[in-house]
Design a protein around this ligand. Structure first.
Ligand code: 25A
Ligand code: L14
Length: 336
């Protein structure tokens, strides 16, 4: 059997997510013919290791996509808006990790465990959802199918890697500076992030909610294909490098016991249940960092409503929250 190989561009290949995309393509043996790592002029000439070879980073331009079959974008929404149309024009299919096209009705917004069928509807661009939304819907979809979710109240504990590679350095450097009684002014974050929690991710809107919070409302409805689901989010940055935590309260139409939820989640694709409080077993950022699964624990009844549960959901925001989900979409795409 002749296996087809694909020319794959990674836009933002030197960033936190782009580097993980290259690693994930290699780990999952994605059938790559040529890898085309793209970034800003700042990184042109740098080398990326992939499949035992070194690949030179090129500057992203509108002509970067000649002969590209699949383009994974992870260089921010501005670059996606400017260059994804050029990539599609050249014949590539774009999997875009930014917020640029997620709510465009023409663009499927996909988490393969939840709505893989939507991939077939694409017109050149498929959007990868926001990291906090991805891990929440992977865990909640099987519960929604069984008992219909009415309302979700979610508070996030988001790691700094979601804000990119400079933000990762900021937490490390600022922590070191403060421990040495030196100053370190915030750069990527609005306030000191070392030894602090900041209830502010992405920018504020007039509603009082941040854009990150609004993404959790609208993207959840689009991916679950149910506009009746109510979502009430608060998103918070915590001084953790990798892995987002979410305290999630769910109200259902139908009964859903903790035991039934555990059973459904144990059988759910992409989910690992870690839920044995008697022996201090619950998922943490350090459980999820570097792993593929969405981890769920602390599953317990919410006694304050008729059919309610509380859960704690953790996943690596750079892997399942970004790079892995994008590569999984590309895998489904080439299956067709
Ligand atoms: O939408 P915005 O506001 O533009 O925000 C984009 C941000 O979103 C991050 C991304 O992180 C960036 O900070 N991001 C991406 N996916 C995300 C996700 N799923 C996500 N955040 C959350 N969830 P990043 O900094 O890790 O990666 C940025 C990548 O994009 C490339 N890039 C930037 N501008 C570009 C561009 N590529 C083409 N054309 C442009 N105009 C970027 O390449 C990187 O690959 P680079 O060459 O700019 O960066 C190489 C190294 O340089 C450091 N760096 C970044 N900015 C500066 C810088 N060094 C000095 N000065 C700077 N201003 C980075 O640390 C990187 O390692
Ligand atoms: O919309 O700063 O994919 O943690 C996800 C993470 C935007 C920023 C997105 C962060 C982003 C965000």
């Amino acid at each position: 059997m002749i296996k087809k190989l694909y020319n794959v561009a990674v836009v933002g290949a030197t960033g936190a997510v782009g580097q993980e995309m290259v690693k994930t393509l290699e780990q999952r043996n994605f059938p790559v013919n040529n890898l085309i790592p793209l970034a800003s002029a700042r990184s042109a000439g740098a080398e990326v290791e992939f499949a035992g070879d070194k690949w030179t980073v090129e500057e992203l331009t509108p002509t970067s996509f000649a002969n590209v079959d699949i383009a994974l974008f992870s260089a921010g929404a501005a670059r996606s808006k400017d260059y994804a149309p050029a990539a599609v024009e050249s014949g590539a299919v774009v999997v875009d990790n930014s917020s640029a096209f997620r709510m465009d009705p023409e663009v499927p917004l996909v988490v393969p465990e939840v709505n893989a069928h939507a991939i077939a509807l694409h017109k050149g661009i498929i959007a990868n959802p926001n990291c906090s939304t991805i891990q929440m819907v992977v865990a909640l979809k099987p519960l929604h199918d069984a008992a219909r979710i009415k309302r979700i109240v979610v508070s996030t504990y988001q790691s700094v890697s979601g804000a990119g590679s400079q933000a990762i350095h900021e937490l490390g450097d600022q922590t070191r500076a403060l421990l040495n009684f030196q100053d370190y002014a915030p750069k990527k974050f609005p306030w000191q992030i070392a030894f602090n929690c900041i209830p502010h991710i992405d920018s504020f809107t007039e509603s009082g909610y941040t854009k990150e919070e609004l993404k959790m409302i609208h993207e959840t409805r689009k991916i679950m294909e149910d506009d009746s689901i109510q979502v009430s989010p608060t998103t918070v940055r915590v001084p953790v490098f990798y892995g987002h935590g979410e305290a999630v309260n769910v109200e259902f139409e139908e009964p859903m016991s903790p035991e039934a939820a555990r059973e459904l989640l144990r059988a759910a694709p992409g989910v690992e249940v870690v839920d044995d409080p008697a022996s201090n077993q619950y998922p943490m950022a350090i459980t999820a960092a570097g792993k593929d699964a969405v981890y769920v624990g602390r599953i317990r009844k919410d006694e304050s409503v008729e059919h309610g549960l509380n859960l704690w959901i953790v996943s690596d925001n750079i892997r399942k929250g970004a790079a892995l989900n994008a590569v999984q979409i590309a895998e489904k795409l080439i299956e067709e």
